[in-house]
Design a protein around this ligand. Structure first.
Ligand code: ADP
Ligand code: MG
Length: 394
């Protein structure tokens, strides 16, 4: 078990928190502040406990230079609104300088300071010890709460922990609890649902899960690479050419491990990649040469629904079809809906799957939706994430 903010005394201490404020912006305006809202519980707890709170994050890709289009100023403003108190923001082109140090030093208990985008310094992504030390010099305790970057060993996510005691915030605590339990000690039957476009991106996840799950569902764009590996015609469907061999190996590995694999039994096809294209449902082994698979079909939805209903843990990564086109979103919607209705522990990992579940209105019916796309995938691969490894054990 990892230590959390609740396991230490933070009163009157300077606490530096690595948050994920990497919010989408258009012309200096925040277009989606989900990540800011997600960070609030940890910050509010620290304020209530009388800590002196210093926040840091990256945003976008300023590539190690103080490019002001990536300033965190709009984040400070939004935070002030949500916290109903003034969040001090001291912008320095070098992130930490004398004015930033003075602001940190002069914080009163319960006050909040945000420092500038840590990626204004190229030493951040190099995990440079000098920069990590500069960040650490601002505080007495380091709180790790940025799951989205926990798979990166950077100065603000890993290096800083060399110089300060490190505990997790509530966001990381939740991610580690649900993703960790699902992979290491799942309630059985354990079902994993994999989809999305590219087999290559997901192979390491499938390889890890195949030794742990009872049933593996493969849907979405990646199923055609598996069909190809089985020697079937897939028409113009998306194919990950370089991974046909690996797909065949995974099918064999599943068999060797006694894992049941479910592939689509029917697919919704189209003659071109367009929402207005005519939809024709065909059996999985009868895809015409001039059409492409865009979604799972009705028989498959029912089959997958049954598997979901029987499972006690369901981990889902990757949409079942081209859900961005409403006419080909039914498969993804059905899986989300079956999961929402189930009593199982339901976990969503992956950026597009999480977005689909939010969009379709099932978000509050899931046990856990991971906030880190790449980080949640690496977690499901069974890797130890550098930003989590540095958190002290209880
Ligand atoms: P996640 O972000 O949840 O890990 P991915 O990024 O792997 O998911 O995959 C999402 C993408 O896969 C979506 O853009 C979706 O349109 C695409 N996709 C799903 N099924 C198909 C298909 N049959 N053909 C083409 N693209 C597909
Ligand atoms: Mg994606």
């Amino acid at each position: 078990m990892k230590k959390t903010v609740k396991d230490i005394i933070v009163k009157d201490k300077k606490v530096i928190v690595r948050c994920d404020f990497n919010v989408p912006m258009i012309d200096g305006a925040i277009t989606d502040d989900t990540r800011i809202k997600a960070a609030l519980p940890t910050i509010e707890y620290l304020i209530a406990e009388g800590a002196k709170v210093i926040l840091m994050s990256h945003m976008g890709r300023p590539k190690g230079e103080p490019k002001m289009e990536f300033t965190l100023a709009p984040v400070a403003e939004r935070l002030s609104q949500y916290l109903k108190k003034d969040v001090k923001f001291v912008s320095s082109p070098v992130v930490v300088d004398d004015s930033v140090k003075a602001a940190a030093e002069n914080l009163a208990s319960g006050e909040v300071l945000l420092i500038e985008n840590v990626r204004f310094r190229k030493e951040e992504t190099d995990n440079d010890p000098g920069f990590a030390k500069e960040l650490a010099s601002l505080a007495e305790i380091f709180v790790q709460d940025a799951f989205g970057t926990a798979h990166r060993a950077h100065a603000s996510t890993a290096g800083i922990a060399e110089y300060l005691p490190c505990v997790s915030g509530f966001l990381i605590e939740k991610e580690v609890k649900f993703l960790g339990e699902a992979v290491e000690a799942p309630k059985r039957p354990f079902l994993a649902i994999m989809g999305g476009a590219k087999v290559g991106d997901k192979i390491p996840v499938i390889e890890n899960l195949i030794t742990k799950v009872d049933t593996l569902i493969i849907g979405g764009g990646m199923s055609y690479t598996f069909f190809k590996a089985m020697g079937l015609e897939i028409g113009k469907s998306i194919l990950d050419e370089g991974n046909i061999g690996l797909a065949a190996e995974l099918l064999k590995k599943a068999k060797d491990n006694g894992v049941e694999i479910l592939l689509p039994v029917d697919v919704v096809t189209a003659a071109e990649f367009s929402n207005d294209a005519e939809r024709v449902v065909v059996d999985f082994d009868k895809i015409p040469a001039d059409r492409e698979g865009m979604d799972i079909g009705p028989k498959t939805r029912e089959l997958y629904g049954k598997a979901i209903a029987e499972a006690a843990t369901v981990v889902w990564n990757g949409p079942m079809g081209v859900f961005e086109l409403p006419n080909f979103a039914e498969g993804t919607k059905a899986v989300a809906s079956y999961m929402a209705d189930s009593d199982a522990v339901t976990i969503i990992g992956g950026g597009d799957s999480a977005a689909a579940v939010e969009q379709m209105g099932f978000a509050d019916k899931m046990t856990h939706i991971s906030t880190g796309g790449g980080a949640s995938l690496e977690f499901l691969e069974g890797k130890e994430l550098p930003g989590i490894a540095v958190i002290e054990d209880k």
